[in-house]
Design a protein around this ligand. Structure first.
Ligand code: 13P
Length: 251
């Protein structure tokens, strides 16, 4: 965290959470209230069904909410999908796009991720574009090339600064308890920063690059102190307000 950008700690609840989980938002609000000022922006991406209620609950707090995916069109005959416009209407400010669980599980290619990111920006949302290599790609030594290609092909040309967030999430580190080594995180984040600056010029320097993949209270400090790491995208540990709060405090 050395480029003067305020960090973002984002929780991705994935397909977890029903009404009862809103208690975690309440608990987070309480912990934040007790702590006073914190050094990070805070975002929770619950399932779409909870966004509106979560937004209402946390109105008087700095916590922001986001979606986990959106359609590239604003409306239409797309049964089961949710548009960026709808997420914004529910009170979301961000949307996670191109998560590896969507790239792998739903066959999403970077061109589609880019179209979704454009739709998100048009709706006033900040896209969090996820990139990351598989274990096999890392073993083959092609991780930087894979990630660079994902970045180049997934982000809209007019993005930059605070209107875009990148999340580097090595696929093999997600939900495995096996976080990447800080040297590897530093190397990949520096590479992503160079690609962003090459694509976006000066505004590439202000884009927050989050690390995701088994970030927990006990490794968050080390991860967040790594150069060019501007926050974290947290899965499992974001489901528990106390763990998520510990990660926020590690900034
Ligand atoms: P875990 O923190 O559970 O490894 O998940 C990371 C992730 O996929 C966040 O988007």
């Amino acid at each position: 965290m050395d480029n003067g950008v305020r960090p973002l700690i984002a929780g991705n609840w994935k397909m977890n959470g029903t009404s009862v989980s809103l208690q975690q938002i309440g608990r987070l609000q309480m912990l934040l209230g007790e702590a006073g000022e914190v050094r990070a922006d805070i975002l929770v991406c619950p399932p779409a069904t909870l966004i509106e209620r979560a937004v209402r609950m946390a109105e008087a707090t700095p916590v922001r909410f986001g979606g986990q995916d959106c359609h590239a069109e604003a409306s239409g005959a797309y049964t089961g999908d949710t548009s960026a416009t709808m997420l914004a209407d529910a009170g979301a400010s961000f949307v996670i796009l191109g998560h590896s669980e969507r790239r792998a599980g739903h066959g999403e290619e970077s061109a589609l991720v880019k179209a979704k990111a454009e739709a998100a920006m048009a709706a006033g949302l900040v896209p969090i574009v996820c990139v990351g290599e598989t274990e096999a790609q890392r073993d083959q030594g092609i991780a930087p090339d894979v990630v660079e290609r994902q970045v180049r092909e997934s982000i809209p040309g007019e993005a930059g600064g605070q209107s875009l967030v990148i999340a580097y999430e090595p696929v093999w580190a997600i939900g495995t308890g096996k976080s990447a080594r800080t040297e590897d995180i530093a190397e990949m984040h520096a590479h992503i920063r160079r690609v962003l600056e090459d694509m976006l010029g000066e505004s590439g320097a202000g884009v927050r690059i989050l690390y995701g993949g088994s970030v927990k209270p006990d490794n968050a400090g080390e991860v967040l102190r790594t150069p060019n790491v501007n926050g974290a995208l947290v899965g499992g540990a974001s489901l528990h307000a106390d763990d998520f709060f510990s990660i926020i405090l590690a900034c």
